[in-house]
Structures are given as structure tokens and as C-alpha cells.
Design a protein around this ligand. Sequence first.
Ligand code: UDP
Ligand code: MG
Length: 325
Amino acid sequence: MTRVHTSVVVPCFNESEVIEEFHRALVVALESTGTTFEICYVDDGSDDRTRVHLKGLAAADARVRYTSFSRNFGKEAAMVAGLRMAQGDVVVLMDADLQHPPELIARMLELHRHGYDQVVAQRDRTGEGAVRTALSQAYYRLVRRFMEVEIVDGAGDFRLLSRRAVGAILSLPESNRFSKGLFSWIGFDTVSFTYTNVRRPAGRSKWGGRRLLNYGIDGLLSFNSRPLRLAIHTGLWLLLSALAYAAWIVGSSLVNGIETPGYATLITAIVGLGGIQLVTLGVIGEYVGRIYHEAKRRPHYVIRETDGTTAARPEASVREAAASK
Ligand code: UDP
Ligand code: MG
């Protein structure tokens, strides 16, 4: 097999409404760049006709390959599968919903030729709800303060990675993957450019409020242990103030004799402390849960079927199987 230069990895979950249109646009954009390319679709356990479409595309064009999961494992897992499938010298990650304009790939390849290992297409927030924009901006401010790696607002998963960057990403074994953090953690020379946000032409975004909130919490917790440190600090301050308060009460009862009132103070202290203990326990529990999750060493996904070519690289699945024993 001749070596391809560019691999495009596309995770798809219930995208049957746009996938054909996306594919046409992608092929036109790739052909105009003049590189040799392959397109690696990953069907993340869609329950619509996405898999059938992908099968058709792969049968019609030797440059198209696909892997299909046995159920929905999430976009992070789909990206891992796609990166493992990709054989090119550079890999472009993009969404199937036409929110990542394929025309930008030419520009990414151009920047890669200037020596960058990661090229990020960063979207602005045109056409997005005011509330969502404000919440995301607040989140990114929070993350910048607390996280040990840098993540940038609007820099999503539309990016080009060089072969060695892909190798670095795949060498990270964690199963709780927060790829925005991982991309930043591996380092290498990174360049980004901004493009105007595009609305989804069809299908629905899979990110509701709750899912976004959980994703946000994942991001904060998966890259540092500062919430634990925060819990310790709060606990220490409370202990100190409780000791001071106790000294004051003992002192005043020695001087003035014992007064019975104090019910309100007591209840406030109990409730306040109880709340803080619960939160702290929750934070600890969250980390313990993550350790448990990692300790099981389950594979990131289970494959239902692939086109013939993908089975040619068995080392990843063998490693997975050995890890899952
Ligand atoms: N996706 C996926 N698995 C999921 C959810 C999403 O593979 O569980 C894919 C989806 O098909 C799309 C990309 O991830 O190609 C981005 O999803 P979406 O457009 O819903 O996210 P948004 O653009 O709203 O952030
Ligand atoms: Mg989208």
C-alpha cells in the first residue's frame, strides 16, 4: 500500500442527515490540495443509518475507511479509534456536521509545512446563544486559573496533528480522556488561526446543558488535584476559626458564668460544617472513582465491524485485549 500523506479522522454519531453532503465537500477540498489522502470514519454506535452510509462510501472509494463501534462510546473514544486507524504523516481531526469547514484543511497543511506539529482551527462564537457564550467564557477563565495545562476558548477538536504528535497522544493510556487537555499536555509547536463559526445545517448537537456541565467537571478534575487542595485549605481555616470560637466561649463562660442560649449558632455551625464535609467527600469520591475507573483498564471501545483494511493493523486491538484481561 502506498503511503498516504493526509489522514482525515471523522467521528460520527447519528449523522446520516449530513454525512453524504459532508463527504462530498471533504473530498472536493482534499482533492484540491493535491495531497494523497485517506478518510477514516468512526461510527460511534449510531442508531440511525450512519453505518450504512459509511459502508457505502467505503465500498465506493478505496480512500475511505471506517470503523464502527458496538454502541455509543463517546467522541473521545471515537477519536482514539480514528487516530489508531490513521496511517498518514499528518492527521486532521474534524466533525462530520459541516461545522468544521473542509476548505480550511488546505490552510492547515500549509501551516504544517512551515514546521508546526499541531495546527488548530479556532472558531469564534458567531451565532451562538448569549447565555452559552457567557457560561463558556466564565468556564475558560476558571480553567485557566486552576488547570496545569492551557486550554483555549473555541479551540476544539478541529486540528491537524503531525505523526509524532499522534504518537504522543496515543501513548497516553488514560481512559478518562479530556482531549482538549491532552492536546495541550503533549506540547510541540502549535499554531492556531480563527474562523467564523458555522451553524449545524442538519441533525442535532449532542451536547445538551447537562452533558456540557459534566464535560466541564471532567476537564477541571482530570488535569489537576487542586480541588483536593482547596478542600484541605477550607478545612484548615474552619478548624482554626472553630478553635478560636471555642476559646472565646470557654473564656466568656469562665468570666460571665454559663449562658444557655446559643441554639442558633450551634445549628449554623453544624449545618455549615456538614455541608463542607459533604462537598469535600464528594470531591474525594470523584477522584477515587476515577482511580477505580482507570484501575479496571477497560479498552476505550468495542468494535462491531470495520472495512477490510482496518484489520490490517492488529497491534492496537491486541494491546487492548491484553490490557483488558
Ligand atoms: N460525536 C460522536 N460521539 C458522540 C457525540 C458526538 O462521535 O457521542 C461526533 C458527532 O457526530 C460530530 C462531533 O462528534 O461529528 C461533534 O458533535 P456535535 O456536533 O454534536 O458537537 P458540537 O459541535 O455541538 O460541540
Ligand atoms: Mg457540531
